[in-house]
Design a protein around this ligand. Structure first.
Ligand code: UGA
Length: 444
């Protein structure tokens, strides 16, 4: 069995490491963050993700997974290294390759001392050409070795979603191997054949630049699909009796469209869609092509937030001194991740209008505090959050919010106005005692 190392213990890195360890591979997870290394070695997950805690505990107990601070130790004691360091956005939307460059340099230096074959796999999302034009030369320069012969190189994009990361890693729809040469691709294919055994997903082998673009195209398509259905939702709102949910349900039955990522709402957030759409726009522009469709998808997404706040103002008039209850802060349910969360954009707009904001989220309050501090109040339950509110905005569709009854709102709020930003409540039931507005629902 090949030994695996992972450089970077963020979301993708740690989930990848844990899944390999769970299948019995020896895994070294390299991080420069001492606190994170300590947490991982104590089997404590640095962030919330369903099943991660249990799998981490098992892996650490069985000694299949260890976090290390050095890069060299990770490289020398493994056969394949996944690079999963962050690729943050720069001001112009293009990505910052600082961590990728630094990691490639460190891996290169370690490879100089390494005997035997080694495969380097870039998993971080990078622009087309990065693996071959940036990573490869740095590895070669620092190792003094030749890529494709002395060490091997692939780009292998990740398609896991937060909140279902473990499931997505264990059951992907497909795997893309962007191989520097055939030998490199063969190595990674062999690893995945061993990992997935009889459940091997379809595997596509391409050159690295194609694989790099596939990742951006995948996320940008999904984000555009959501902006599309949000556009339809906004049209629906102008037509009495028309509901975007019905429209989405029916067009989703057309296999060419598919029912997934057709949920209208307050728009897309998270660490990937906004960053990747922006990066593809910047990349495309750098090649002299204006990607109008992606720019529109972006604008539609920004407008969804404005649209929701406008609706609150329509209902309440001035927001000065009004108390708004926000249900859900994380960018999606089942995660405590607040990156590019719609909640932050909405709350900032409400605060700008001098509203007071109270919020509740089952997991994300500690992370929300880091961003919003004490500008808003946080509560320990949904019902407490609703108390004396003039309006409630449902921002993130956590399962527990689906249990709320109209009375929970009408009996606790000062004014029973509900903005259902993710369409989780039954409009008929909630319209009886409440002033209910659901995104994409034309008033009958
Ligand atoms: C996304 C992709 O779905 C993954 O395939 C990819 O691997 C990942 O980015 C990445 O590049 O690392 P993620 O951001 O974790 O995954 O979460 P999604 O489930 O895709 O949701 C993203 C945003 O879209 C959320 O804000 C969610 O609320 C929103 N969304 C999603 C909708 O508004 N409507 C939908 O129908 C689906």
């Amino acid at each position: 069995m090949y030994r695996v190392s992972v450089i970077g213990t963020g979301f993708v890195g740690l989930c990848t490491a844990v899944c390999f360890a769970d299948r019995g591979y020896m895994v070294l997870a390299s991080t420069k963050n001492k606190d994170k290394a300590r947490l991982v070695n104590k089997a404590i997950s640095p962030f919330y993700e369903p099943s991660l805690k249990e799998m981490l505990q098992k892996a650490v107990k069985k000694e299949y997974l260890k976090a290390v601070l050095g890069r060299e130790e990770a490289i020398l004691h493994s056969d394949v290294t996944f690079i999963t360091v962050g690729t943050p956005s720069k001001r112009d939307g293009s990505i910052d390759l600082r961590f990728i460059r630094q990691t490639a340099k460190e891996i290169g230096k370690a490879l100089r001392k390494k005997k035997g074959k080694h495969l380097v796999v870039v998993k971080s999302t990078v622009g087309p050409g990065t693996t071959e034009n940036v990573v490869k030369p740095i590895l070669e320069k620092n190792s003094g070795k030749k890529c494709g012969e002395d060490f091997l190189l692939c780009f292998n994009p990740e398609f896991l979603r937060e909140g279902s990361a473990i499931h997505d890693t264990l059951h992907p729809d497909f795997i893309v191997i962007g191989e520097y040469n055939k030998k490199s691709g063969d190595f990674l294919e062999e690893l995945y054949r061993d990992f997935y055994k009889d459940a091997l997903p379809p595997m596509v082998r391409t050159n690295p630049a194609t694989a790099e673009l596939i990742k951006y195209a995948n996320n940008s398509f999904l984000a555009t699909k959501i902006s599309f259905i949000n556009t339809i939702a906004n049209i629906c709102e102008k037509i009495p009796g028309v509901d975007v949910k019905t429209v989405a349900e029916v067009i989703g039955k057309d296999r060419r469209i598919s029912p997934y990522f057709l949920r209208a709402g307050l728009g897309w957030g998270g660490s990937c869609f906004p960053k990747d759409v922006k990066a593809l726009i910047a990349f495309s522009k750098s090649l002299g092509y204006e990607p109008a469709m992606l720019e529109t998808a972006w604008e539609v997404n920004e407008d969804q937030v404005k649209h929701a706040v406008e609706r609150v103002k329509e209902k309440l008039g001035t927001l000065k001194g009004k108390k708004i209850a926000i249900l859900g802060l994380s960018f999606k349910p089942d995660t405590d991740d607040m990156r590019e969360a719609r909640s932050v954009k909405i709350i900032k707009k409400l605060l700008k209008e001098s509203a007071t904001v109270t919020a509740y989220d089952p997991k994300a309050i500690p992370n929300a505090r880091r961003i919003l501090g004490d500008k808003i109040k946080y509560t320990t339950s949904a019902v407490k959050c609703l108390r004396d509110a003039d309006c409630c905005i449902l921002v993130t569709e956590w399962e527990e919010f689906k249990e709320l009854k109209p009375e929970d709102m009408s009996e606790n709020m000062r004014r029973p106005i509900l903005i259902d930003g993710r369409r989780i409540f039954n409009p008929k039931k909630f319209s009886v005692a409440l002033d209910y507005w659901g995104i994409g629902l034309g008033k009958p």
